[in-house]
Design a protein around this ligand. Structure first.
Ligand SMILES: [Mg+2]
Length: 185
């Protein structure tokens, strides 16, 4: 199988980094539990852009800690012969720090791709499963005939209800839920 895996809010808990930037820069609180859709209306677009840019600087990228079980799960998939495509909505300058982060946490992969259009790349390289927290990318995967999967976050509850999304509250339950898919030929 060919598996695409997002980074932010999929391999590590990105929300706390983003919320800390919003609080520090603009004094705006972003409660995780209240983020029920993809838009972040408490921040103006330029404020959100500034917060995202700050969380994608080298220091923040390298500081991220993976979710429990994420590295172990992906390592097992890679050792089982699955192709691992790491995909992130980051600017090109983040490429090198991201490779160093993946090395630091010991996550094996076959390709790292930074893009603002992940699903198109997934289609190009014949991805079978996309693990991504974004409702937009999950719906894009459905449309592309790619199996959508995600960690459960408040902002993707709707798409999980409406589409056939494989999900788990953590990496262990997600890995178990994906087992039958990964055993397909
Ligand atoms: Mg994400």
């Amino acid at each position: 199988m060919r598996i695409a895996i997002d980074i932010d809010s999929t391999l590590h808990h990105y929300w706390d980094q983003l919320a800390e930037e919003a609080r520090r820069r603009f004094g705006i609180v972003l409660p995780y539990d209240q983020q029920l859709d993809w838009g972040i209306s408490r921040l103006r677009p330029e404020q959100l852009h500034a917060c995202i840019a700050a969380t994608h600087c080298e220091q923040s990228i390298l500081a991220a800690e993976p979710y429990p079980g994420a590295v172990e799960t992906v390592t097992a998939w890679h050792e089982a012969g699955h192709f691992v495509h790491i995909t992130s909505h980051r600017v090109d300058d983040a490429y090198e720090p991201t490779t160093r982060w993946l090395e630091r946490i010991g996550l094996p992969y076959d390709e790292l791709y930074l893009s603002f259009d992940k699903v198109t790349r997934c289609r190009e390289i014949g991805i079978d499963v996309l693990i991504d927290d974004s409702p937009l990318n999950l719906r894009g995967a459905v449309d592309a005939g790619i199996v959508p999967a995600t960690l459960e976050h408040p902002w993707n509850a709707d798409v999980r209800d409406e589409e056939d999304v494989i999900s788990g509250k953590d990496w262990l339950t997600l890995a178990t839920a994906l087992e039958p898919v990964l055993l397909r030929d």
